[in-house]
Design a protein around this ligand. Structure first.
Ligand code: PMP
Ligand code: GLN
Length: 384
């Protein structure tokens, strides 16, 4: 039998490849982005309560109403954005599902989607499965800034969607107010939709604030903002997230959502709705992760890597060109095997495999893990 692949040549995600390699060589895993510490026990107690008390059946397609209401209050407080909890907020099975459904709801065969690269690896296959065409815009070290004039040249009559991600995975860069203002001008008068992946909204460092697409009223009618409880509650394995968009967009989104997942885990949504009543649970995250970033960077300050501190997310990119001329994948694999620390080589997150000798560390780890990793990283010698 001949199996006709819809995604021929698609490799296994680099996040699984590096995590598996870390396991095989018992290396410290600073590759895939997930915390190696637990969530707040209050949260797991709330989940246990709802599971034990019979909240175990399908919830509405849009989500458990108490959670939708909580999130509407949250975005009103944070971004002064008014969204209707029922018609404009939808709980999803992780940000990944929200992204997949959003792309499938709007991208027609032959439509172009502009993606800022390096890009989180679920974007492109989702676009391709929808029959869309990925139009990459590359940002580059050390500043990872978007040159909006160059970006504008990518827009054509076929551009259906622009995908942005702030704070950015893998680079840890953030978009500021002027970026959104440039974007506003760029799309004015067009039918271009914007998908804004903001799963790291609460991880922004050095006194910066997170600018959300929801902060910009003129962009709201064309935008979808996507979030992940996995990232904000240290529970990546729960695979719960949400999408916020104007009712007209949400109406179309739900046409896909209702048949690719229908609804997401019910008892956890009840628990999260209660848990988020305390705003400190998310407002303190930037401070918590900034400390981790600073702790880690201080420990590796004398290493052979060249580093510019990240501004957000729980990632730090590092330039290894003083250490090796190997392709980044080869270097990352060797570093895992020989030095016992796994990272993510970022060339695989560019469509054309651009290799600027950069790897990504995830610092969502205990201080003990970060210190142990730093000791190993410091042993990697510079080139002669
Ligand atoms: N977007 C970005 C930028 C991510 O880093 C991730 C992964 N953590 C996701 C989306 C997917 O999030 P989730 O695990 O909630 O599906
Ligand atoms: N978001 C995580 C990362 O960037 C990985 C998620 C995944 O493995 N799919 O490392």
């Amino acid at each position: 039998m001949n199996i006709k692949s819809k995604l021929p040549n698609l490799p296994t995600t680099i996040f699984s490849v590096m995590s598996r390699l870390a396991e095989k060589h018992q290396a410290i895993n600073l590759s895939q982005g997930f915390p190696n510490f637990g969530c707040d026990p209050k949260l797991t107690s709330l989940v246990a309560h709802y599971v034990q008390n019979g909240f175990n059946q399908y919830c509405p397609m849009s989500g458990v109403p108490a959670l939708n209401t909580r999130l509407a209050q949250k975005v009103k407080a944070l971004y002064n954005a008014d969204y209707d909890p029922q018609t404009e907020i939808n709980i999803t099975s992780g940000a990944t599902q929200a992204i997949f459904s959003a792309i499938h709801a709007f991208v027609h065969a032959g439509d172009e989607v502009i993606v800022v690269e390096p890009a989180y690896d679920c974007y492109q296959p989702s676009i391709k499965l929808a029959g869309g065409i990925v139009v990459p815009y590359q940002i580059k070290a050390p500043d990872w800034k978007i040159d909006w004039e160059a970006f504008a040249k990518l827009i054509t009559p076929k551009t259906r969607m622009i995908m942005i991600n702030t704070p950015h995975n893998p680079t840890g860069s953030i978009l500021d107010k002027s970026d959104f203002e440039a974007l506003e001008q760029l799309v004015e008068g067009t039918d271009i939709l914007i998908l804004s992946d903001e799963v790291y909204e609460h991880l922004v460092f050095d006194g910066h604030r997170h600018y959300s697409i929801l902060d910009f009223p003129t962009l709201r009618s064309r935008s979808m903002a996507i979030y992940s409880f996995g990232k904000s509650l240290h529970v990546t394995g729960w695979k719960l997230g949400y999408i916020i968009a104007d009712a007209a967009i949400m109406h179309e989104f739900r046409k896909v959502h209702q048949f690719d997942v229908f609804s997401s885990n019910t008892p956890m949504q009840y628990a999260i709705a209660d848990y988020l009543e305390n705003k400190d649970t998310y407002l303190n995250l930037s401070g918590f992760f900034q400390k981790k970033r600073d702790f880690f960077l201080d420990k590796i300050k004398d290493s052979a890597f060249k580093i510019k501190p990240s501004s957000g997310a729980y990632f730090q990119v590092a330039d290894f060109s003083n250490i090796s001329d190997e392709p980044d994948l080869v270097f990352a694999k060797r570093m895992t095997k020989e030095y016992g620390v796994a990272t993510i080589p970022i060339s695989g997150l560019y469509t054309n495999g651009l290799d600027n000798k950069i790897v990504r560390f995830c610092f969502a780890k205990t201080d003990e893990t970060l210190a142990a990793a730093a000791d190993l990283i410091n042993q990697i010698p510079a080139k002669k």
